[in-house]
Design a protein around this ligand. Structure first.
Ligand SMILES: CC(C)(COP(=O)(O)OP(=O)(O)OC[C@H]1O[C@@H](n2cnc3c(N)ncnc32)[C@H](O)[C@@H]1OP(=O)(O)O)[C@@H](O)C(=O)NCCC(=O)NCCS
Length: 210
């Protein structure tokens, strides 16, 4: 299978238009608006990264200049657990390991923050995401009925216990999307100490896929 080389870097405000474009493609009616995205990134404890093509193939396709963002992901650390807020990959780049690398970056960040566990919600009918998370060791711990509105779809709550997880158990390898790290500083928020704005559910937690 052709596997595009990608690198990860912090999500910045210059990426907003592209992220919103991907949001609409990936999440339809549940897509974040500009205001929701801006509020989310400005909130305490957030950490977001993007994936962009890198390497000779990317230069051949896109030239030497900036490359398009093909994936993005983020988490919220409340001082105890990390909550995965979103993961999305451009449909043209799906099934090439980009989602796995983004998830790996979030889990590494969670370990760095000494989160005790990583939580997320995912639609019960999102087979791709469920497979991605289960392969990384997440377990279904609950069902939230009618969690996604207006679609009226249930969500599984999933949890990965970091204390019990082996390093590297999230399945990421030296893969196509792994030739760069997002670093520890970034415009998307790097304050690990703050709780979320309300302590409750995020605006649109991961899994609100159409
Ligand atoms: C879920 C998503 C992020 C996966 O990204 P991706 O880059 O395609 O995933 P990867 O190529 O890294 O796949 C990693 C693993 O996930 C699973 N997986 C990914 N897509 C899958 C699919 N369509 N069907 C079944 N399993 C799938 C597989 O186990 C895969 O490992 P494998 O390729 O060795 O079989 C992507 O499908 C997406 O953006 N979906 C729309 C947005 C969304 O639903 N986000 C998650 C919300 S909870």
């Amino acid at each position: 299978m052709y596997a595009p080389a990608c690198r990860l870097r912090p999500l910045g405000s210059a990426d907003f238009d592209r992220i919103l474009e991907l949001e609409r493609v990936l999440f339809g009616a549940g897509a974040w608006t500009y205001g929701m995205l801006a509020d989310e990134l400005a909130a305490l404890g957030r950490w977001y990264v993007v994936a962009e093509p890198a390497g000779p193939d990317a230069v051949a396709i896109y030239g030497p200049g900036p490359k398009p963002v093909v994936g993005y992901a983020g988490l919220w650390f409340d001082g105890d657990v990390a909550q995965i807020m979103t993961i999305g990959v451009d449909p043209h780049y799906q099934r090439h390991g980009v989602g796995r690398e983004l998830l790996h970056a979030l889990l590494e960040r969670s370990r760095t923050l000494r989160a005790s566990a990583v939580l997320l919600e995912v639609r019960v009918d999102n087979d791709a995401a469920l497979a991605l998370y289960e392969k990384a060791g997440f377990e279904r711990i609950g069902l939230r009925r009618r969690y996604y509105q207006p679609e009226d779809v249930d969500a599984f709550t999933m949890r990965l216990d970091l204390a019990a997880a082996r390093p590297g158990a999230d399945g990421a390898t030296e893969g196509p999307a792994g030739d760069g790290g997002p670093g520890d500083e970034g415009p998307s928020g790097d304050d690990p100490s703050g709780g979320g704005p309300s302590g409750g559910d995020p605006d649109r937690p991961v899994g609100d896929a159409a």
